[in-house]
Write a protein that binds this ligand. Sequence first.
Ligand code: CP3
Length: 341
Amino acid sequence: MKDSLFIKAAFSEKTERPPVWMMRQAGRFMPEYWEIKNKYSFLEMCKTPEIAADVTMLPVDLLGIDAAILFSDILVTGEAMGGDLSFTAGVGPKFANPVRTQADIDRLDTEVVHKLQYVADAIKVVQQRLNGSIPLIGFAGAPFTVMSYLVEGGSSKDFKLTKLLMHNHPELAHQLLSKIAKVTAGYLNLQIAAGVNAIQIFDSWAQALAWDDYKEFSHRYIVEIISQLDRKDIPVISFCKGSSVFAPLMAEAKPDVISIDWNVDLLDIKHRLPQGIAVQGNLDPHILYADKKVIKERIHRLFERMRGENGFIFNLGHGIMPDIPFDNVKYAVDVIKEFRY
Ligand code: CP3
């Protein structure tokens, strides 16, 4: 796998073109996803290795991307710890037993990695199907982002309860974050042992945090997790919304790649990072709603900016929205794969 475009770019080695994959590529913008989703619940899909593998393979087979990402969710760690998790169409994820008090935190279990064996099983099925063709990315949520779902009981616009816990009861927030970090490190090592070729840590909602709070309540736990990974020759990608601001701090956690949102010039930020850290990104996903002429022009603009740079993986600044036309995503992948440095 070390000769794959994706792994080479992740380790800042020279490639003939940037590799491409897209966050949320294994999801709802594909009609074929709905054929499966109409038969099972989302958690059933995650927990049945053959089905998780089927969905993981959809963008591999239909788009021809350069890396697969395991079909799962960042909230499975919270569920394994004792969160009563459900996903409802139009509502999104819910934890029916939110974690807000000392007693709630005490109830969360950390000896739970064995409960996530279904993820290891899915990884093995996917690797049989990929048969060495492209790398498989495993992932987990960062402690702050997972904490926000546990505390709020679901998605949130302002993270009011999470921030109140952090600001009024920092010792409780740290207990909770430490528990999540411990489970997350064990969970990622389970994925590595099962055979993933790369790891991405999703801190999707970090941009809600002030700089000091990001350092204290998010960054610190990502450092802890990355330092505990049994990395071997597996690149680690650190993603957050807000990376355009936090990237220099994110670099201190020593990931191989930082995934950058679309609020910043990708080359400028790369030059501000230590040598040897690759960047991933950073097209605004909304570009994929636009006319094909615009899609091509914006992708080329990004490539011209990054021409001659080692260590660039094409991705979106955040995930594909479910209503983006499949045809536009396919077109974007084709445009990227025709490009040469
Ligand atoms: O990238 C991939 O395609 C791999 C699979 C993947 C999913 N979720 C599948 C999914 C990954 C990497 C995730 C990560 C995830 N989950 C994140 C971080 C990524 C990001 O975009 O920032 C977050 C914040 C979650 C939590 C989560 N899971 C939410 C908020 C939702 C609902 C979103 C909504 O709009 O309803 C989910 C559900 C989910 N995860 C779906 C998929 C395909 C949709 C489930 C369905 O079919 O209804």
